[in-house]
Design a protein around this ligand. Structure first.
Ligand code: S3P
Length: 171
């Protein structure tokens, strides 16, 4: 795996609830790499939570910060980076990831995503009367783009270790 990466970081992409942070942390531990979570880094840089950034400054401002933070993080070596669900949709960010990292799409079905996001209410895009409808529309809009990732792995219910193993096998 180390050789296949040739020093490039591993970047996890996929929708909210795909398991990017949980799987990313375990993958990094397994490979002896550093784990970073872009959403956490954005919050640290802004000194605000993501819901507050959206509420006070709006999504476009969040996306600008997200682009800068990921650009900076991509210089790190021996790193697994979990990105927020929208990061890979940004053309500039996607080009950077494609040039400097190995991208892994954690693909999950609607039921799995909804079950996982129900546990946490820190996602402004889902603060909506019909979160499932929002998720469906995001799947339609984003899956063709996520599909450009270097590696695609199914992220099902069940032990995250299986997903970690599937990624390692695919790298
Ligand atoms: C977003 C996903 C979130 C976070 C923000 C926007 C999105 O990250 O970046 O709420 O556009 O899909 P997670 O995918 O880690 O929940």
């Amino acid at each position: 795996v180390r050789q296949a990466l040739a020093g490039r970081p591993i970047v996890l992409v996929g929708l909210m609830g795909a398991g990017k942070s949980t799987v990313g942390r375990r993958l990094a531990a397994r490979l002896g790499m550093v784990f970073r979570d872009a959403d956490n880094e954005i919050e640290a840089a802004a000194g605000m939570s993501i819901p507050d950034i959206f509420a006070v400054y709006g999504e476009a401002h969040f996306r600008d910060g997200e682009r800068r933070v990921i650009e900076r993080l991509l210089h790190e070596e021996r790193m697994v980076l979990a990105t927020g669900g929208g990061a890979y949709m940004d053309e500039t960010t996607r080009a950077r990831i494609r040039a400097h990292a190995v991208s892994v799409w954690l693909r999950a079905d609607l039921d799995t995503l909804m079950r996982r996001v129900r546990k946490r209410s820190n996602r402004p895009l889902l603060q909506n009367a019909d979160p499932e409808g929002v998720m469906r529309r995001l799947m339609d809009a984003r899956y063709p783009v996520y599909a450009e990732a270097d590696v695609v792995v199914e992220s099902r219910e069940g032990p995250h270790e299986k997903v970690v193993e599937a990624i390692i096998a695919a790298l």
